[in-house]
Write a protein that binds this ligand. Structure first.
Ligand code: GDP
Length: 254
């Protein structure tokens, strides 16, 4: 495996990035006997359920920025993102020096702080030059309660992939909570998804929603969505398989 595979966890706030780092990591250690390292890039977190091998909080924390620069929580998070961007090279060097088969990278709680500012793309770019890197985009079931919501969730995964430029696998977390089991059908049978979106009676927005369905049909492979639970450890083997597959695709392209 050489330098090890970097797996970046992404997803909206509360989707389970931190939890999945811990659970997937434990599974890789116990079932694959892999050497796993945990990288925390969330300067705002108070606690991590894993022991980080590199922690951005060694450099700065959101709390300390609030105090020192007299900022509110949002201002301090944005400041942290700026500092992360400024230090992207240094951060990636630290990640590179960590010796492991898998380096699980936990990203800032608020996804937009990382993905929709220069920090995320800068770090992804620097990382790609030095290591094999893939991303896992985590959908929170709260965004997948409606067919339109699910469509938006998948399109956010595509937007994230475009921003970071690394192969991205989409998973649905909190499988222990999900009731509607027809998400697979919705994402493999697009005429079914269209009919469900129409039934949601969005009025003037129906046309827009159907264009979105068309966009994700064109842009995402019609594949089964891997369902995981960071709480119960469900789905770790399929996650491992799909992460490896996404790496193979990346290998073919370069
Ligand atoms: P992050 O903000 O994306 O890093 O999300 P966290 O890992 O902090 O998780 C947010 C919340 O969702 C926490 O209360 C977790 O306990 C909960 N959570 C995470 N994964 C799961 C899961 O698979 N099932 C359930 N039921 N809750 C989960």
């Amino acid at each position: 495996m050489g330098m090890g595979l970097c797996v970046m966890m992404l997803g909206t706030a509360g989707s389970g990035k931190t939890s999945l780092c811990a659970t997937f990591g434990k599974w890789l250690e116990s079932d694959i006997k892999a050497k796993v390292a945990y990288i925390n890039l969330d300067a705002g977190c108070a606690f991590t359920p894993y022991k980080p091998h590199f922690d951005i909080r060694e450099m700065f924390t959101v709390e300390e920025l609030m105090r020192k620069e007299k900022l509110g929580p949002n201002g301090a998070m944005i400041r942290a993102a700026e500092l992360m961007e400024k230090n992207a090279g240094k951060i990636v060097n630290k990640i590179e020096k960590v010796n492991a088969d898998f380096k699980l990278i936990d990203t800032p709680g608020q996804m937009e702080i990382f993905v929709f500012r220069p920090a995320g793309p800068q770090i992804a770019e620097a990382l790609k030059e030095k290591a094999a890197a893939v991303a896992v985009y985590i959908i929170d079931p709260s965004l997948a309660l409606t067919s339109t919501g699910l469509t938006v969730a998948v399109s956010l995964s595509i937007a994230t992939q475009l921003r970071l430029g690394i192969p991205t696998t989409t998973v649905l977390n909190k499988a222990d909570e999900v009731r509607g089991a027809n998400i697979d059908r919705l994402l493999t049978d697009f005429s079914y998804l269209r009919s469900k979106v129409v039934k949601e009676k969005l009025g003037a927005m129906t046309d827009l929603a159907l264009h979105y369905v068309e966009a994700i049909r064109t842009l995402s492979k019609a594949t089964r969505l891997v369902k995981v639970s960071a709480k119960t450890c469900y789905g770790m083997e399929p996650l491992y398989d799909i992460v490896n597959e996404s790496l193979c695709v990346c290998g073919d392209l370069t």
